[in-house]
Design a protein around this ligand. Sequence first.
Ligand SMILES: Nc1ncnc2c1ncn2[C@@H]1O[C@H](COP(=O)(O)OP(=O)(O)OP(=O)(O)O)[C@@H](O)[C@H]1O
Ligand code: SF4
Ligand SMILES: [Mg+2]
Length: 373
Amino acid sequence: MPELLEVKDLKTQFFTRDGVVRAVDGVSFELAAGETLGIVGESGCGKSVTALSLMRLIPQPPGKITQGSIMFDGQDVLKMDDDEVRGIRGNNIAMIFQDPMTSLNPVLTISRQITEALELHLKMDRAEARKRTVELLELVNIPSAKKRLDDYPHQFSGGMRQRVMIAMALSCNPKLILADEPTTALDVTIQAQILDLLKNLAREFRTAFILITHDLGVVAGMTQRIHVMYGGKIVEKADTNELFANPKMPYTWGLLRSIPRLDENRKAKLLPIEGLPPDLIAPPPGCRFEPRCQYRRDICREKEPELIGIPNAKADHEARCWGTQAGGWLVDSDWHRDVGDLAALDAIKAEVADLPPDVKRVEAADDDKKKGN
Ligand SMILES: Nc1ncnc2c1ncn2[C@@H]1O[C@H](COP(=O)(O)OP(=O)(O)OP(=O)(O)O)[C@@H](O)[C@H]1O
Ligand code: SF4
Ligand SMILES: [Mg+2]
């Protein structure tokens, strides 16, 4: 099956007074139509810059995509002119951000913001677009959707605004939704509701979906594959089940250890990873995690490991670590010891088990508010 999205050796840099920030430093990945992918890593590792690069939304200057290619649906996004890129944004690729207030226009009613996109991209007339807007707001469970059409963004709660953003994202039947920390600003209960909604809608619409978050626990039940990022690079790639059952990179072990509790005290981190992420202006020459890694050896400081397949793992499981490569000193190490006996991990595994095993067999959600056709 041809890939919907194929990113090859993407490099995005910011040219600042202090130096060149290598925010995304050679990232490659693919996504099939309808596939769901989680991109996870600590703050500043390049998750948002990756997403913004896909939509060509990097502010230039100071930013610039300096290398690589982004093929979307057979077209090279980096070679498109501005009109072609605008056509893709919102229409084929939709984005949901952390704070809906920054992406909703405060002086336009909700209906105006959604109908505008429908009129522009799907060539609907005003009446049709209004009708579809009500359907979309109902789909994302906005109560009394018809009555709320002409309300302004500030008249909605944070969770409701995020639902409106999701309705907007879905409005033009995109092939790909990029959700960047869509629930970070919300409280735990609302967060769970929004994630559930997103998961069900992505399944129902069979939309490919990239969920970006710093919390491995959030992607567990949401996406089929996970890519872990560190210091502008992907350091581990695996199926979600495989990543939780058989994580291979010491940094991933650290993330697993620092998943917020699923119980009453979610905000309390179990064990944060000690030390600071690398300076992306002058990153360490070897493994970027080396200064913080308790398993490091001399080679880790001297030479950078490649992202490659590893022993004792599934074929498409890759990690960037000297220790877990063939012949490495961590191949047989018991990662449980490092992660600790996490009750949370069992709960996460239960969520993972709930994932559809295969994109093609994704069941439509059992919901009477169908796509509206
Ligand atoms: N406009 C900019 N100018 C200079 N540096 C930038 C700019 N935007 C991002 N960066 C840098 O690029 C790196 C990656 O940032 P990015 O926003 O992608 O991180 P992130 O993984 O999304 O983090 P968070 O979890 O905090 O959202 C960071 O070092 C950041 O400081
Ligand atoms: S390459 Fe070395 S320093 Fe980097 S994660 Fe692996 S063991 Fe740790
Ligand atoms: Mg970000």
